[in-house]
Design a protein around this ligand. Structure first.
Ligand code: GCU
Length: 435
């Protein structure tokens, strides 16, 4: 019997997502704090030669590089060495909010084929000065983040949704504005920030096809057909493309390129953390409900585990990560190291009470367990006990909140991020919208 390839891929996807839902309720998944196994986290400050680093300089020059390398080789994968051309072109721009903001679409072409592009949607206050800017991926296309009829609709593969906003894995007009609550653009602009968003599927469609689509093939050496064992999966590729967005934003005269904050929800929060760890040009990194493979400590095995995530999403991480399925204690790293890699730049981790799958306590604890490195840079230590719901906790460089509600990114979350951004700017005596 002949099965057409698209039908087969569709079937695999349906099974994957059924699997995702079934697993969320599966009895074997621990959601009981008393059943969290005891564990010892890998030492942050102990270098591979056994010597403890004691200063910020030694962390930066020595230990940070080791931790980054271990995180890349075992979890997210290395970026391949091959160089790929990336070009930017502003293809349209117009005013919105009665002239209070300027919006533009920037085409980012990867490699030499002009049809291989992603579209960055940039919205900036119309102030003629450089502003700090949030940068983050969206899940279903730029047009879903706003009702604005001028925003173009991606032609890339999109995940089918139950609503009529997608047809045969293509986005359509019905989806316009359907994720607008996640992108409170007017409030962000009024607070003096810009906001740039890009559809993650324009960079690499979130479907496991053995890395034939998306940007991975551009990096293959002659004869190579998929990333090597320690090379990047999809999260690595998405993170790399965020750096390319920053390359553009640094050139945009309306953006203060030294104050670009990464923001991401869920799998895209995992991505923003890895991007923030990988590229020290990013100012602030925000992880919203990122969970396993993001902010949550893997060794807690609470909610989603390493084994589950690798089984359900085999394309997200590098091929070495599954070697640690049900063997978290053997991992040379854990996610507190991801937080530490962001120091001394600011990091914000947010959880939701109704999102036990992402392990809110484990998300807080990885921030807590990054104390040793942040303290080297003069940050105050976080305390062990998690804060109560809706009571954000901040040090100078780190922040956390547990929002009441479900797995989502809401106006409340954004309010906290903007406030934290303002505090960072005050500390560095820069103000939004002022050079
Ligand atoms: C699934 C997955 C999570 C992920 C989430 C999302 O629930 O198990 O790891 O964070 O999808 O991205 O929405």
């Amino acid at each position: 019997m002949l099965i057409r390839v698209p039908a087969l891929v569709g079937l695999v996807l349906v099974v994957c997502f059924m699997n995702e839902q079934v697993i969320a309720q599966r009895p074997g998944i621990n959601k009981d704090e008393t059943k969290v196994p005891s564990f010892t986290l890998p030492e942050l400050l102990k270098s591979n030669d056994g010597v403890f680093v004691e200063t910020a300089e030694a962390w930066q020059a020595k230990r940070r590089l080791e931790v980054f390398d271990a995180m890349a080789k075992n979890v997210y994968g290395d970026v391949p060495k091959r160089k790929v051309n990336v070009d930017f072109k502003v293809i349209s721009s117009w005013e919105i909010f009665n002239g209070a903001a300027i919006r533009k679409e920037v085409r980012i072409v990867f490699g030499d084929d002009p049809t291989n592009f992603a579209t960055l949607l940039v919205t900036l206050p119309n102030t003629r000065s450089e502003v700090p800017c949030f940068l983050g991926y969206n899940f279903h296309g730029n047009h879903t983040t706003t009702d604005d009829p001028k925003v173009s609709i991606t032609k890339s593969w999109v995940r089918n949704r139950e609503s009529p906003s997608t047809t045969d894995n293509r986005a359509n007009e019905e989806g316009r504005g359907t994720s607008a609550s996640r992108w409170p653009c007017r409030e962000i602009i009024d607070a003096g920030y810009g906001v740039a968003t890009i559809y993650y599927g324009d960079v690499d469609p979130d479907i496991h096809d053995q890395f034939k689509n998306g940007i991975h093939p551009l990096f293959y050496e002659a004869g190579q057909t998929k990333p090597t064992k320690s090379e990047w999966g999809s999260i690595g590729a998405w993170a790399w493309a965020l750096s390319r967005c920053l390359d553009y934003l640094e050139q945009d005269s309306g953006v203060d390129g030294k104050h670009v904050a990464l923001i991401g929800h869920s799998r895209l929060g995992k991505t923003s953390l890895w991007a923030g760890a990988s590229d020290e040009r990013f100012w602030m990194t925000i992880s919203n409900n990122s969970g396993c493979g993001g902010a949550a400590l893997s060794r807690r095995k609470f909610g989603e585990t390493v084994e589950v995530i690798n089984r359900v999403f085999p394309h997200w991480f590098c091929d070495r990560f599954p070697e640690f399925d049900d063997r978290e204690n053997d991992l040379p790293v854990d996610q507190h190291m991801l937080m530490a890699l962001i120091a001394p730049r600011a990091v914000y981790v947010a959880s939701a009470t109704g999102d036990q799958w992402a392990d809110p306590r484990g998300e807080y604890l990885s921030l807590y367990h990054s104390n040793a490195v942040f303290e080297l840079f003069g940050d105050s230590p976080l305390q062990f006990k998690s804060p109560a719901a809706d009571e954000p906790r901040r040090t100078q460089l780190r922040a956390y909140h547990l929002r009441t509600g479900k797995h989502d990114i809401t106006a409340y979350d954004w309010e906290q991020y903007v406030q934290f951004g303002n505090l960072q700017l005050e500390n560095s005596s820069a103000k939004p919208g002022v050079k």
